[in-house]
Write a protein that binds this ligand. Structure first.
Ligand code: GLA
Length: 381
């Protein structure tokens, strides 16, 4: 009898604690939805998670490439639209070379001739952009499967993604353990927190490659979007889009976005740098607060919808790219993505830094902890 009472009490306590655990999880992460997005050829399941905030904003992220698939943001009338380009299916992401919404690594942007020397050892990377290596090589972090865990954070719903990039992958030295956490806050921010560690000296430059159109994905070009860039200088490039090493003042050039200017205003000017990039495809040297704090990098405003986006980052640079390689192929919902139908603001260390000792360093050593944060903050005007 006594045993039965004790047993019932114990079972009751277990049930209560399980219920309590559930309640806590539900409370912490009330709306995160998880569904199957597809399967890899080897059968590995790929998921799509939808984070939501209390204002109805939603961010859908897949474990393939730690990729942002959609981002639903309200306009000034409270009408939601998806403001990032992408695809409806896993197969399209697997076959695309656009980096739509992707997490880019191990090294975002270009490394000249795919070569660099570290600790007197010359490394040769996979070439995938003419004679250069772009965005981590042939199979960068955008093409790999990340492990994914929904976590609750004090700021909102979060998704944690992890990947172990093996020593030698795409030619890079060191086993690199990478973590990316996306958080959607009730302040209408999509925060991205990166961290990484290595067991051998290596180089790291992680970025996020969403293609934004604040009118809604596929809803025309971005030439009327107003852009502000908090940068006095940019890094001019050569014909292969590799920085020459100069940090050029933007004053008097079409690269001066220190006050809001429509992206299309000067994009067709006869300017050597615009010609090389076929538009804007350059790195700006951000004016930053001291000590690696989050600083305002960019602001984008779209007048017909009132949507505005601020980009804050701990990174020293931002690649502003105007979708110059978009060529009319279809994406989500059959929308067609024409030339300049979106813009990217890829926060980063400068391209080809491993070959420019005077650029901020991208070297990561064993025992050190790489951390970086970027925030995309939405509001209406
Ligand atoms: C970055 C590069 C561009 C292009 C896009 C992806 O913005 O600088 O040149 O490669 O990514 O297409």
């Amino acid at each position: 009898m006594k045993f039965r009472v004790v047993a019932i009490a114990v079972i009751g306590a277990i049930m209560l604690s399980v219920a309590g655990h559930w309640a806590k999880q539900v409370e912490a992460n009330p709306m995160t939805e998880k569904k199957l997005f597809g399967k890899m050829p080897d059968g590995t399941e790929i998921y799509l998670y939808t984070l939501a905030n209390k204002n109805g904003m939603e961010a859908a992220i897949t474990s393939f490439g730690a990729t942002l698939v959609s981002l639903k943001v309200a306009d000034r009338n409270g009408k939601f639209a998806d403001v990032v380009l992408g695809y409806d299916t896993l197969e399209e992401y697997a076959n695309s070379s656009n980096y739509f919404g992707a997490t880019v690594g191990r090294y975002g942007n270009r490394i000249a001739h795919g070569n660099f020397t570290l600790d007197d050892v010359k490394y040769t990377l996979a070439l995938n952009n003419g004679e250069n290596s772009l965005h981590g090589g042939i199979k960068g972090f955008n093409k790999v499967v990340w492990t994914s865990t929904e976590i609750s954070s004090k700021d909102g719903q979060s998704l944690q993604l992890n990947y172990l990039s093996k020593d030698g992958e795409e030619g890079y030295p060191g086993n690199l353990s990478v973590q990316v956490v996306y958080t959607l806050t009730d302040r209408n921010e999509l925060q991205i927190d990166y961290s990484a560690s290595t067991d051998k000296d290596t180089v790291v430059n992680l970025t996020h490659h969403s293609y934004f159109n604040l009118r809604g994905q596929g809803e025309g070009d971005i030439l009327n979007h107003l852009l502000t860039l908090n940068a006095d200088r940019f890094t001019p490039v050569d014909a292969g889009l590799i920085p020459t090493g100069e940090l050029r003042n933007v004053e008097g050039t079409p690269f001066d976005f220190r006050t809001p200017v429509a992206i299309g205003d000067r994009i067709n000017q006869k300017d050597e740098q615009l010609k090389l990039g076929n538009g804007y495809d350059h790195n700006w040297v951000l004016n930053r607060k001291a000590g690696g704090q989050l600083s305002l990098a960019a602001k984008v405003e779209e007048s017909s919808t009132g949507r505005t986006m601020e980009v804050w980052t701990t990174e020293p640079g931002v690649q502003f790219y105007t979708g110059n390689f978009l060529d009319g192929k279809p994406g989500k919902g059959g929308k067609v993505y024409n030339f300049r139908y979106a813009l990217c603001l890829e926060t980063q260390h400068f391209p080809d830094s491993p070959n420019h000792p005077d650029f901020p360093t991208t070297v990561l050593k064993p025992g050190a902890h790489f951390r970086s944060k970027t925030v995309y903050h939405f509001s209406v005007k």
